[in-house]
Design a protein around this ligand. Structure first.
Ligand code: 2BA
Length: 107
């Protein structure tokens, strides 16, 4: 068995949830925050048998869109006043980790 952690944009969270549950996967959603952008995102936890891992990844990949975000960049020192620019970064589709599960109990 594997445990899949998938970090997904909040805007894609509902469709990813409905597609996973429709395909009979158990999921837990955790509200999370990206360290770099400090923006909210959603972390999915999904425990699955090994032979269904790719199915989960395909669903998440299909419904998680890539986005370009503009991030302000600032620079200043004692001689140069603050100069503000904008950097564009690509966020997503989804960041996925697959971890081996040693034991799973429902008691
Ligand atoms: P954030 O940390 O807010 O990162 C948002 C996007 O900013 C990233 O998109 C990446 O394009 C860029 N970025 C992140 N850290 C950077 C840095 N130190 N310097 C320059 N650019 C940086 P994604 O890679 O698609 O990541 C989306 C979200 O997934 C991240 O939000 C974070 O919450 C999570 N994530 C990504 N990689 C991770 C990892 N290795 N471990 C844990 N969480 C991760």
């Amino acid at each position: 068995m594997k445990l899949i952690f998938a970090i997904v944009n909040n805007d894609d969270s509902s469709i990813v949830t409905s597609k996973l549950t429709k395909n009979k996967f158990n999921v837990t959603k955790i509200a999370s925050t990206g360290g770099f952008l400090s923006a909210g995102n959603t972390t999915f936890l999904c425990g699955v048998e090994d032979d269904r891992v790719n199915e989960v990844i395909e669903i998440i990949a299909k419904y998680s869109r890539k986005r370009v975000e503009s991030v302000p960049t600032g620079f200043s020192n004692e001689l140069i006043p603050m100069t503000v620019g904008v950097q564009q970064i690509v966020v997503g589709g989804a960041t996925i980790f697959v971890i081996n599960v040693e034991r799973h109990e429902r008691v």
